[in-house]
Design a protein. Structure first.
Length: 225
């Protein structure tokens, strides 16, 4: 697992992989800024009561909730947006470290779009349900956050990489047969996603990382160069 992580960070030496970082992060940032701007504008422009001080408190609390959700969900949003661009990163990792692999399956852009939207909807729903714990249970909130998002991110990145080499049923069977590695990889990805500035690199690093995790599960990591 440690070697796989080092190999993943080494992928940042590839200029095309770095380009994906900027494209994905800027796309997600623009989308989040637009969403936050709309929500913030509605809060401050719409009086909800007849009392100005009550509206001010509601506006303040609502703004804090928007900022908290943005911080919590930004990694998942970056992952969902960047999923449209990560196939090239995975291909370059495989070409660099696993040239013996046969050509990948062609899943088509519609399949990638469906996966990205399904993942984003699931992460949003789960984290919104868990939001009261994040707010009201210091200490426990970190455990819940990393456990939940570790599982979701591990599953998403694993399936994205595995579907290049096997169908959905085979990928699911492999993950369920050996769930610990994808889960631990997901926890690492979630942790990196919560570190400022480092989280900008997560989509590329996570994709490369999961390629090595998958190949270690199929017995090929030892031959990585």
């Amino acid at each position: 697992m440690i070697r796989a992580l080092f190999l993943a960070f080494g992928q940042l030496s590839d200029p095309r992989s770095r380009r994906v970082v900027w494209v994905a992060v800027l796309s997600a940032a623009v989308a989040y800024a637009a969403l936050a701007g709309v929500v913030w504008g509605v809060l401050f422009q719409t009086p909800l009561t007849d009392y100005a001080w009550v509206d001010s408190v509601i506006d303040l609390l609502g703004g804090l909730v928007v900022l908290l959700l943005a911080w919590l969900l930004f990694p998942a949003t970056v992952g969902a947006v960047s999923s449209f661009f990560l196939d090239e990163v995975v291909a370059r990792v495989e070409a660099r470290h696993y040239p013996q692999l046969p050509p990948p399956r062609d899943n088509g852009w519609l399949g990638e779009l469906g996966t990205a939207l399904r993942f984003l909807a699931l992460v949003l729903a789960v984290n919104i349900v868990a939001l009261p714990i994040y707010i009201a249970a210091p200490g426990l909130n970190l455990v819940v956050f990393y456990t939940v998002n570790g599982y979701l991110l591990g599953r998403e990145y694993f399936e994205m990489v595995a579907h290049r080499r096997m169908d959905r049923g085979e990928a699911r069977a492999l993950r369920r047969a050996r769930p610990l590695k994808p889960f631990l990889a997901g926890v690492i990805i979630a942790f990196l996603s919560s570190i400022p500035f480092v989280n900008l690199l997560v989509p590329v690093v996570a994709s490369a990382f999961m390629v090595h995790v998958l190949q270690s599960m199929t017995g090929h990591l030892r031959r990585a160069g």
